[in-house]
Design a protein around this ligand. Structure first.
Ligand code: SF4
Ligand code: SF4
Length: 84
């Protein structure tokens, strides 16, 4: 079973809670600002992630998603294009 880990760059407030709770020290804040003026979290060491979901549960803004991806059923990712 494989997992897909995603942090919504624009949704994240850069509060750093997920960075603090991660037992594997996977997460850090970027040095790049998002549209709201925050520095979002990202997986600096993705290879260390054990997909425990602690960061997901902790995030007050529900910016982190962990999705199971099976190797048989491949999901075609839909690209969204929103103007404005
Ligand atoms: S799922 Fe667990 S190990 Fe992975 S980044 Fe989140 S808290 Fe860290
Ligand atoms: S807990 Fe959520 S809002 Fe806070 S830094 Fe992590 S992903 Fe961003």
């Amino acid at each position: 079973m494989a997992y897909m880990y995603q942090i919504d760059f624009e949704r994240c407030k850069g509060c750093g809670l997920c960075v603090d709770v991660c037992p594997k020290n996977v997460l850090e804040l970027t040095k790049e600002v998002n549209a709201k003026g925050y520095f979002p979290a990202y997986q600096a060491r993705p290879q260390d992630c054990v997909f425990c979901t602690t960061c997901c549960i902790m995030c007050p803004d529900v910016a982190i998603s962990i999705t199971k991806t099976s190797e048989e059923g491949k999901n075609a990712g839909g690209a969204e294009d929103n103007d404005g």
